[in-house]
Design a protein around this ligand. Structure first.
Ligand code: PLP
Length: 435
């Protein structure tokens, strides 16, 4: 699919040619494990990576391949590897780069699950995550050493819609000859294009906006094809002989597709974090309406955020889509179509009032998720950040008074009315209790 097509065309057509066997217009669900070889020579060529084709669905599947092609097109990348979840995608993104004793420098403003995955579980692989405040660029530079293999951050990050200064981070990565991996989940390629700001790889939890309807777990790693593995020389898996493929060297053999092929031929083959065809299909359906949904998500988020700013029970609203937010200018640069639909606000009355807000909403769902068509709400201090100390919670932007919302695509007036009645009940009750 020609990359010159507009986003709205690509989100429907990229990766979706009529099915060669039947002419089916929509991408068929190839709910299938193995593929018949034409003959022994064909099988040998496939196993040697001399010919591309389908062997076994742990590595490649036509429905999953359509999703990979579509997301690669939307991000402006050369290839993508779909995985079973966003967390799987993060392991898959780092796997070709890391080894025991290696480290990567990561923003400390991350999805809560990513903090745990990076800080705890990666340690068992011998991978060290160095958490840094990405507002402090000298701290990023100081943490890079000869064992550093990558830099990681989110485009729009939790909490309160923090916007990363991608161009600045991209320059640091480029100078250090390191890949910059950007988690673009909260922005989606419709709102932010990290490859235009120095990112070399993008990861997504497709579970969120790309699927959009809360049905399907999934993740994806997209490669820009722009990173020169040979010139960097820091990632042996990408440049040195691979014993499992008769000494094949990925960068030398596959050029800009080296990282994608490594992800499939080594990553999926041996880690097995494969996307299910049914989930890939659901995600493809979701992506067909991505731009329409994101426009509505952003418009609704702005309306609700502005309303909350004027509400007497609300202390503050933290959303880069509001003009007085410290990241509003950055949002205009990196997310020109809108600063996403995820934000936090502080409720007067603290912890107790917040618990009452989440207990009293009717349209908003109290869930640990984001990026659904439905509006979602959570009080981080009593749920996702419950295990942290008070200090850690405040540092993570999840203090006792903070409520996080993921604004859906319902009627914004209904969302406003719902929050108003919940806030009124919550603060009225907490006042009475205090007396
Ligand atoms: C949800 C999420 C993840 C993890 O994705 P799963 O699909 O839940 O494994 C990673 N990063 C961000 C920003 C997310 O929102």
């Amino acid at each position: 699919m020609a990359a010159e097509y507009g986003f709205d065309t690509l989100q429907i057509h990229a990766g979706a040619n009529p099915d060669p066997a039947t002419g089916a217009r929509q991408v068929p669900i190839y709910q299938n494990t193995a593929y018949v070889f034409r003959d022994a020579d064909h099988a040998a060529a496939l196993f040697n990576l001399q010919e591309l084709g389908y062997i076994y669905s742990r590595l490649t599947n036509p429905t999953v391949a359509a999703l990979q092609e579509r997301v690669a097109a939307l991000e402006g990348g050369v290839g993508a590897v779909a995985c079973s979840s966003g967390h799987a995608a993060q392991i898959m993104a780092l796997f070709p780069l890391m080894m025991p004793g290696a480290n990567f420098v990561t923003s400390n403003r991350l999805y809560g699950g990513s903090v745990t995955q990076f800080a705890q579980t990666f340690k068992r692989f011998g991978w060290e995550a160095r958490f840094v405040d990405f507002e402090d660029t000298s701290a990023i530079r100081k943490n890079i050493d000869e064992n550093t293999k990558a830099i990681f951050c989110e485009s729009i990050a939790n909490p309160g819609g923090y916007i990363t200064d991608l161009d600045k981070i991209g320059k640091i990565a480029d100078k250090a000859k390191l890949p910059l991996i950007v988690d673009n989940t909260s922005a989606t390629p419709y709102l932010c294009r990290p490859f235009e700001h120095g990112a070399t790889q993008v990861v997504h939890s497709t579970t969120k906006y790309l699927s959009g309807n809360g049905t399907s777990m999934g993740g994806i790693v997209v490669d820009s094809g722009n990173f020169d593995w040979t010139a960097s020389g820091k990632h042996p898996s990408m440049i040195e002989s691979e014993p499992a493929y008769h000494g094949l060297k990925f960068h030398e053999t596959f050029g800009p597709l080296a990282y994608t092929f490594h992800g499939i031929a080594i990553g999926l083959r041996d880690l097995g974090m494969t996307a299910a065809p049914m989930n890939a299909f659901q995600t493809l359906l979701g992506i067909e309406t991505l731009s329409l949904r994101m426009e509505k998500h952003v418009a609704n988020a702005k309306k609700v955020a502005k309303y909350l700013q004027g509400h007497k029970a609300v202390e503050y609203v933290s959303y880069a889509g509001l003009s007085d937010n410290p990241y509003a200018r950055r949002a205009k640069k990196y997310t020109p179509k809108g600063a996403g639909a995820l934000f936090t606000f502080g409720v007067k009355g603290g912890y107790d009032a917040c618990v009452k807000v989440v207990d009293n909403v009717e349209i908003f769902s109290h869930v640990a998720n984001l990026g659904d068509t439905r509006s979602l709400i959570i009080h981080s201090a009593s749920t996702t950040h419950r295990q942290l100390t008070d200090e850690q919670r405040v540092a993570a932007g999840a203090g006792p008074e903070v409520v996080r919302v993921s604004i859906g695509i319902e009627d914004p007036n209904d969302l406003i009315a719902d929050l108003d009645q919940a806030l009124t009940k919550a603060t009225a009750k907490s006042k009475r209790k205090k007396k």
